[in-house]
Design a protein around this ligand. Structure first.
Ligand code: NAD
Length: 299
């Protein structure tokens, strides 16, 4: 399939290269020269500009930082919706639900199918083509997109209508942020009570405190040798990206009227962690940060 791929950053580059490997004719475009060089070095075809990448494309995939970039790329006279007639549009960026719905509505008004298809799995999953796609949009659009998405992932789930993919992503990551904080707090308390970390891990892993944050991503060094805690919290999934997703969840909660007090507290705590200069560390670095925080310090 002829594909225009816009946004060849940390995630987009390996995803686009997986489409090339799967035999698709991919024209890549990014505002940064280094990203374009990476695409060329991996065997991709670099477009001269965005219009060139869209020219003749049967599908367009975007992987951009935030909602504002997505609006800029899709809307307007030179935007993707105007410049890619007949193409299937897939935005894999993690953005706010309202923007995802607004851009999909603009695409529908122009007669185009557009899907929001954010991913879980990080840079490693993008490179290994083991991402999970959560997809919002029409059933017909989903059926058209599925072969393309499968070439970049191991799980592809149709979550519902436009915006449902972004909704699934922020709900999942809100749970993850809260679970990570809950797990980190439990280890902080265990340390103070003189309870051995390995013992708490062994017990909670088979008890009702169990979660993915504990059993697959343990925030203290020791119990899980592969977790970022054992490499001084090198990411992984950076705290700044967790803050982004928690902020999107809070934005959606405010817009929809949902009560999410723990999500709000998690967003506040990650905001403080990032403000403390730790945004580039793994999001499990909340453990050493909380462990060093005096009780009663209000964040
Ligand atoms: P990134 O900043 O590395 O890449 C974004 C790229 O988009 C940059 O290279 C930038 O130059 C390019 N860009 C911006 N506007 C453009 C435009 N108008 N035309 C062409 N290129 C443009 O970000 P990333 O880590 O690849 O993340 C992309 C998205 O995926 C984000 O929404 C992020 O939240 C989401 N995500 C990231 C991860 C992760 O672990 N990095 C995991 C899951 C989801």
């Amino acid at each position: 399939m002829r594909v225009g791929f816009i946004g060849l950053g940390n995630m987009g580059l390996p995803m686009a290269l997986n489409l090339v490997r799967a035999g698709h004719d991919v024209a890549g475009w990014d505002l940064q020269a280094t990203a374009m060089q990476g695409f060329a070095a991996g065997g991709g075809r670099c477009a001269g500009d965005m219009a060139d990448a869209l020219d003749g494309a049967a599908a367009v995939v975007t992987m951009l930082p935030a909602g504002t970039h997505v609006r800029t790329a899709y809307l307007g006279a030179a935007g993707i919706i105007a410049a890619a007639p007949g193409a299937l549009l897939i935005d894999a960026s993690t953005i706010d639900v309202a923007t995802a719905r607004a851009v999909a509505a603009a695409a529908a008004a122009a007669g185009l199918d557009m899907l929001d298809a954010p991913v879980s799995g990080g840079v490693a999953g993008a490179a290994a083509a083991t991402l999970t796609f959560m997809v919002g949009g029409s059933a017909a659009g989903f059926a058209r997109a599925e072969p393309l998405l499968r070439a970049m992932s191991k799980n592809v789930v149709h979550a519902g209508a436009a915006g449902a993919g972004q909704a699934a992503k922020i709900c999942n990551n809100m749970m993850l942020g809260i679970n990570m904080l809950a797990t980190a707090e439990a280890f902080v308390l265990a340390d103070r009570l003189g309870l051995d970390r390995q013992k708490l891990f062994d017990i909670a892993r088979v008890s009702s405190g169990q979660s993915w944050a504990l059993s697959s991503y343990c925030p203290v060094p020791g119990p899980l040798p592969g977790s970022p805690a054992n490499r001084d919290y090198a990411p992984g999934f950076a705290a700044a990206l967790m803050l982004k997703d928690l902020s999107l969840a809070q934005q959606a909660a405010a817009e929809s009227g949902a009560a999410t007090p723990l999500g709000a507290a998690a967003a506040q705590l990650y905001q403080a962690l990032v403000a403390a200069g730790q945004g580039g560390r793994d999001f499990s670095a909340v453990f050493p940060w909380l462990a060093a925080m005096p009780r009663g310090e209000v964040v």
